[in-house]
Design a protein. Structure first.
Length: 413
């Protein structure tokens, strides 16, 4: 930069610093205020942890769980007013769907705001009337509020979609067979891995879901038009924004304004698409047409420090690959959260800090700034009540089937 230019910048700044500095400081303080009130709102929201006990013979496919997620959508606020957003700090609340495997058994949990407990239980009982749901203490307190520690070490990561949100992952209809005996359950492999745990080994999968509006539908429409090579219409000059008028006015002394004729929308030739491209478009439109949630998948493996093994880690990572497709979408670990730093300065210290950060997010069920968008069908694929096809021996079942009392049973007064 030339000295004359630098001097000019200093002169300009010295003349208007009294305007720039207060604006910058005000913007910084405003962002800090919003962060504070939002965090305060989330912390003060009372949460409950519900354990779901599974019946022994579940004949339903994940389609039933898809209906449950559709009911969960009733949590959506449809937007907040000014006072709710900027004074109270209200944000969309989320659920934490959790599958936990230990040497004692496999557990299913849902952590929900207490205000939504009735909604959650009603939605589940409507589709799975034989399950048992009860409030329990938080299991993470048994492990330790700070990890790694002298007793336990951990490995983990958060998963995100490899491609744009409108591309779907492999969902449960692709796992189903026409004959009942060959029915496959997408959770079979994960349940089998959890059934092999011993000692202090723990596999914990956390799926945070937050209802959203039409964000996925809008992204899907844009991606569909891009793939189909649809061109947007050129706007009518008579209805052009007023900004175009001032732009033409400013450039008039140097360039004659160009008047564009109104044209109709031009569409790419859909007949030129390959069968694979057509199939992709159909999949995108199908995913975008269903209710969706902002989603974060988090995986943590905890074991005794002295006997820590990575064999179960690779097994879970392999189980996550069953939801992947080459032509659509897949899950991939977020490298910024992966607790395996292989190179660079202070590798051990950075790995330790990353493990601490991941565990803090897990135990407090914190949402990342931006999750992936999954619809009800995708969520029902990765979290549902396991069917009879799952034969994992450590899967905890309801000990006995409940029955209604016979009609006309006399009641002692």
């Amino acid at each position: 930069m030339q000295p004359g230019v630098w001097e000019s910048i200093k002169e300009v700044f010295s003349a208007i610093w009294w305007l720039i500095v207060p604006l910058a400081l005000g913007f910084f303080l405003w962002e800090q205020w919003l962060s504070y009130i939002k965090r305060k709102f989330v912390i003060e929201t009372k949460q409950v942890l519900l354990e779901i006990k599974i019946p022994r013979e579940v004949q339903k496919t994940p389609k039933a769980m898809e209906q449950v997620f559709s009911a969960f959508r009733a949590m959506y606020s449809f937007g907040f007013n000014w006072k709710q957003k900027y004074i109270k700090g209200e944000v969309e609340l989320w659920l934490s769907l959790e599958m936990v495997g230990t040497a004692q058994g496999i557990f299913f949990y849902i952590r929900t705001p207490e205000s939504h407990r009735n909604l959650i239980e009603s939605a589940i009982f409507a589709q799975y009337p034989e399950v048992e749901i009860q409030k329990v203490d938080d299991y993470v307190e048994e492990i330790g509020m700070t990890l790694p520690n002298e007793a336990f070490d951990l490995w983990g990561a958060e998963f995100t979609l490899a491609r744009d949100n409108p591309y779907p992952i492999k969902t449960y209809p692709m796992f189903e067979e026409k004959i009942e005996e060959a029915q496959l359950d997408p959770l079979s492999q994960i349940m089998e891995v959890m059934s092999r745990l011993q000692g202090g080994e723990r596999i914990m999968i956390q799926i945070l879901v937050k209802p959203i509006g039409d964000e996925l539908a809008k992204e899907g429409e844009k991606l569909r038009d891009k793939i189909a090579d649809r061109k947007k219409p050129i706007p009518d000059p008579s209805t052009a924004p007023i900004g175009n008028f001032f732009k033409d006015l400013a450039t008039a002394p140097f360039k004659q304004p160009e008047v564009q004729e109104k044209k109709k929308e031009e569409r790419g030739n859909l007949l030129m698409l390959t069968p694979g491209e057509r199939s992709t478009l159909e999949a995108i439109e199908k995913k975008s047409g269903k209710l969706a949630f902002e989603t974060l998948v988090r995986f943590v493996f905890v074991d005794d420090r002295k006997s820590f093994t990575r064999s179960h880690i690779s097994a879970v990572m392999g189980a996550m690959h069953q939801f992947n497709t080459n032509d659509l979408n897949s899950f991939k670990p977020n490298k910024d959260t992966l607790t395996a730093i292989r190179k660079g300065f202070f590798k051990d210290q950075r790995t330790y800090l990353r493990k601490r950060k991941l565990w803090d997010k897990f135990k407090f069920r914190r949402f990342s700034p931006k999750g992936s968008y999954l619809n009800t069908e995708e969520l029902a694929t990765i979290f549902h009540i396991p069917s009879f096809a799952v034969k994992a021996p450590l899967l905890r079942h309801v000990p006995s089937k409940k029955g209604e009392p016979p009609a006309g049973l006399p009641i002692e007064e």
